[in-house]
Unconditional design. Structure first.
Length: 476
């Protein structure tokens, strides 16, 4: 219930927001999802009051964008609860929650003809896209068997099978990275080839990737579909093609709240910048010091950092976290400060940014855990698998007598190691339960079906749960 909710001081400042650009630096465990959901609910209430007063006409929604489908469902549930319990409004009305790619899809579905798409265009999933690229690479290597010869060191030529396997994986990875980068730069296959021809010298790997790009896009066109990377590019093209359509969307979403903004790339930022250009009500929240997707997508936390630095007066921190004990907080803050003052290599753009992590205030419903004993141990000596099992069992033999009212979980890398551990526990006469280890595929499938069914029963209003029930249980 939120009636008794007392926001932390930093949360209270954010909840005072009424408009304009605002960047929020959120440390891990600071309650950003809760805060952003409550802010969205209050903006929904504000727009409802304006509509009653006759100040605005037409459909208007608070738009919340996030990174994953699971986060979409979490936001929908929280905002729906807040608008119903705090404002007495209907859940599901006055706001929309979408992933960035889902938002791009919405924009295209409404006006596909703006970018030359048919009304019923398909979205090619990642698995199909990967298969198309793989087939294109196989075809290329079959017709150009010596294409990668200059890049193979002589000492590797004695193992042809190993070379063939590694070469295929590397070629697919090169093609995939180049295609994604080209789309990020809004270069189609023809523009990519033209730009490459203007460069001096020879670029065999880029020439290879350019051919794969051409084949890949041709295959998508034959299917009448687009991939996920195309969605953002085409949505931008649609917004640029029809100013009246863009203006209508800007009025439809006068407030845009962006979650996990550190995981946005250039094109995602451009799309949201266009949508917020008229009303300028853009809230971006994220952790500028970490982005899990930078290693395999075009995401970069520099975009959130620049936004925060551009609007310093309007930006706010979310520094309080109840996730960790004070020694861990102190160590994290020390490393962040060290990166700014003493790191010998990091460029200033790579320094970890404030705010420092603060514990939650006294009386907070999420107090920080007590430091207690050291909660982990790093064993720094190399061990054989047999020695590792022996060390593990001896550790458990010391721990169990002192903690007879508790249980401990042992994670094994595979079933064979798990069985070796259970045999050692049995020899040591230590009690254990290996039922999870011994479950077969049928048992795991039944458990999955039961979980999907219960998820739908508890929240039947969530479309994705019904879809999963239909696909995984009914037809699975």
């Amino acid at each position: 219930m939120t009636g008794a909710f007392q926001p932390r001081p930093a949360q209270a400042k954010i909840l005072e927001y009424t408009g304009g650009p605002m960047g929020i630096s959120a440390v891990p465990g600071s309650g950003k999802t809760f805060t952003l959901s409550l802010l969205a609910a209050r903006l929904v209430e504000r727009m409802a009051e304006q509509a009653v007063g006759g100040g605005f006409a037409g459909e208007r929604e608070v738009l919340v964008v996030t990174f994953t489908n699971s986060a979409v469902e979490n936001f929908r549930a929280r905002i729906g609860q807040f608008v119903q319990q705090e404002q007495g409004l209907l859940p599901g009305v006055g706001y929309r929650v979408r992933t960035l790619h889902g938002l791009a899809h919405d924009i295209l579905r409404e006006r596909p003809s703006l970018v030359g798409l048919a009304e019923g265009f398909d979205i090619v999933d990642d698995r199909t896209a990967a298969a198309i690229k793989r087939d294109a690479v196989i075809g290329y290597l079959n017709s150009h068997p010596d294409a990668f010869g200059p890049f193979i060191l002589p000492e590797f030529l004695q193992n042809p099978k190993r070379i063939e396997k590694a070469l295929m994986a590397d070629a697919i990875d090169i093609a995939d990275r180049v295609i994604r980068t080209a789309k990020e730069l809004r270069l189609g296959p023809v523009q990519f080839q033209t730009a490459l021809m203007r460069q001096s010298g020879t670029w065999p790997l880029l020439e290879f990737a350019g051919e794969i790009y051409t084949i890949y896009q041709r295959s998508l066109h034959v299917r009448g579909g687009v991939d996920f990377d195309d969605l953002i590019v085409l949505a931008l093209q649609a917004l640029d093609a029809d100013p009246a359509y863009l203006s209508r969307l800007q009025d439809r979403w006068p407030y845009i709240l962006e979650d996990e903004a550190q995981d946005s790339g250039l094109l995602q930022e451009e799309m949201l910048r266009r949508l917020t250009a008229r009303h300028t009500n853009w809230v971006r929240v994220g952790d500028p010091n970490q982005a899990i997707n930078t290693t395999f997508t075009s995401a970069d936390q520099k975009f959130l950092r620049r936004f925060i630095q551009k609007y310093p007066q309007q930006s706010q921190p979310l520094p309080n976290s109840g996730r960790s004990a004070q020694p861990i907080i102190d160590r994290a803050n020390f490393l962040a400060e060290w990166s700014r003052r003493a790191h010998p290599v990091l460029h200033p753009d790579q320094h970890l940014m404030p705010p420092e992590i603060l514990p939650t205030p006294p009386g907070d419903p999420q107090p920080n855990p007590a430091p207690g004993d050291v909660p982990f141990m790093v064993y720094d000596r190399a061990l054989s698998p047999e020695e590792e099992v022996d060390v593990l069992v001896k550790s458990l033999a010391r721990w169990l007598p002192k903690n007879q009212d508790q249980t401990v979980a042992v994670l094994a890398p595979d079933n064979n190691r798990g069985f070796a551990i259970t045999q050692a526990l049995e020899l040591a006469k230590l009690p254990f339960d290996d039922s999870l280890l011994r479950s077969d595929s049928a048992t795991r499938a039944a458990a999955k079906a039961l979980a999907i069914t219960l998820a739908y029963i508890t929240r039947p209003q969530v479309p994705n749960f019904l879809e999963s029930l239909w696909i995984e249980v009914w037809w699975g």
